[in-house]
Design a protein around this ligand. Structure first.
Ligand code: PLP
Length: 417
């Protein structure tokens, strides 16, 4: 049988909560048993520290830990394992680049470009860097249809990229997929054209909502850095990946200091490890790194193309069914063409408060998100204080869409005075 049809069985949470309709994977994904078992394996069988121990269980832990770097390297088609830094999360990866590289290359009068659809983790670090460095923060807007308001040679909107990127632009930090609008941005084209205008520009891609859901090839994208989080792709919380070009990592100062990131320490001076280890100070989240490897293997067994296609089909079905059932009473944010978006669907139902909707859905064990989804600038721009958000992953199916619709009907009835 098709693996996808039997997937729910791999997720122990559905045995505990058989009525659960989980539609909040954009916040965090559920975990398959193989990942839970792998984490347990580390704690039960070789829970020693890495790199330092000259004994068997430490060597085993080190080997399992470093093997994840190879798995991540091939998963995103990086050139070398030295381009893979373990972080705590996508957020930490972005802060690492903004602090380590950003503060050494951005100065007064320089420019940093971001977009209005960024998650706070790809907004605030650049806003704060711009303030500190007295640089200008430029923000690309979105069109009413939910696309970046950015004219490229092949995409027609109001602001041509050459009006935004210039030779003062030091950094372009941009999300691959919006966690609210679901828009898949034409990242490859944007990077190619930005680099044509200014070959020295550093492009940082937030892959938090892309890497778990579609094939991502960093060499093909042409970016300089890419971040993502393990917990949104079936892995544990507290582990993220920062991919970066080796020549940039070599020039960047460490982000934190301490054990494991040094070659030699003397009273007067310290010699650091090479990248990626120079960015991994202290005892890391060993179980998290090892668990992430298992999560990636699970995704690879299904295939990222298949996952992407299936989520787009689910999204298309959901958009159609919501339109049929609620008509003009529902506004789904972002592009209406399902091929332009990922399986994240933020919406407003009449003028009901998204928190009230989420609470009523919860009575039927349907988990969605309500609020600003860590994208307050985008919500302010769209003139909404909040939205409700349903998001899909590999364990969702058409039955979940029907449950969502039944739940929303109930919410509509309850909240209509
Ligand atoms: C687009 C995007 N970027 C970054 C993040 C931050 O991820 P984390 O909280 O795992 O660091 C999120 C989380 O929701 C996100 O959706």
């Amino acid at each position: 049988m098709d693996k996808i049809a039997t997937i729910k069985k791999d997720f122990p949470i559905f045995a505990r909560h058989p009525n659960l309709t989980y539609l909040d994977s954009a916040a965090t994904s559920l975990k398959p048993l193989s990942v839970v078992n792998k984490i347990q394996e580390y704690y039960q069988e070789y829970s020693a520290n890495i790199h330092r121990g000259i004994y068997q269980i430490s060597e085993k832990a080190t080997q399992e830990y470093e093997e994840t770097r190879q798995v991540v390297t091939s998963f995103i088609n990086a050139e070398s394992e030295k381009e893979i830094v373990y972080t705590r999360s996508a957020t930490e990866g972005l802060n690492l680049v903004a602090t380590s590289l950003g503060s050494s290359i951005v100065g007064a009068g320089d420019e940093i470009v971001i977009t209005i659809m960024e998650h706070h983790s790809n907004f605030v670090p650049w806003q704060q860097l711009a303030k500190k460095a007295q640089a200008k923060l430029k923000i690309i807007g979105v069109t009413p249809e939910g696309y970046l308001d950015l004219e490229l040679d092949n995409i027609k909107y109001t602001n041509h990229i050459s009006k935004i990127v210039n030779n003062k632009t030091k950094i372009l930090a941009i999300t691959y997929v919006s966690n609210v609008l679901g828009t898949i941005n034409p990242i490859k084209e944007i990077i190619a054209q930005a680099k044509k205008i200014n070959p020295k520009i550093i492009v940082v891609v937030d892959g938090a909502q892309a890497v778990p859901h579609m094939p991502v090839d960093v060499q093909d994208l042409g970016a300089d850095f890419l971040v993502f989080s393990g917990h949104k792709m079936l892995g544990p919380t507290g582990i993220g990946i920062l991919w970066g070009k080796q020549e940039l990592f070599e020039k960047m100062p460490p982000y934190q200091y301490g054990g494991d990131m040094i070659k030699e320490v003397a009273i007067e001076n310290t010699i650091y490890q090479d990248a990626p280890w120079k960015f991994e100070a202290g005892t890391p989240h060993i179980a998290g790194v090892i668990g992430l490897k298992e999560a990636i293997r699970y995704l690879q067994k299904i295939g990222m193309h298949k996952i992407h296609k299936r989520e787009q089909k689910l999204l298309a079905d959901a958009l159609k069914r919501l339109q049929e059932e609620f008509g003009d009473n529902i506004t789904v944010l972002g592009p209406q063409k399902s091929q332009d978006r990922a399986g994240v669907m933020a919406f407003r139902l009449a003028d009901f408060h998204p928190h009230d909707i989420a609470q009523i859905l919860d009575e039927s064990h349907i988990a969605i998100r309500a609020g600003h989804h860590c994208a307050m600038p985008l919500h302010t721009y769209l003139k909404f204080s909040a939205s409700a958000r349903a998001s899909f992953y590999i364990y969702n199916n058409d039955a979940d869409i029907e449950k969502l619709i039944t739940g929303l009907k109930k919410a509509e009835k309850t909240l209509t005075k």
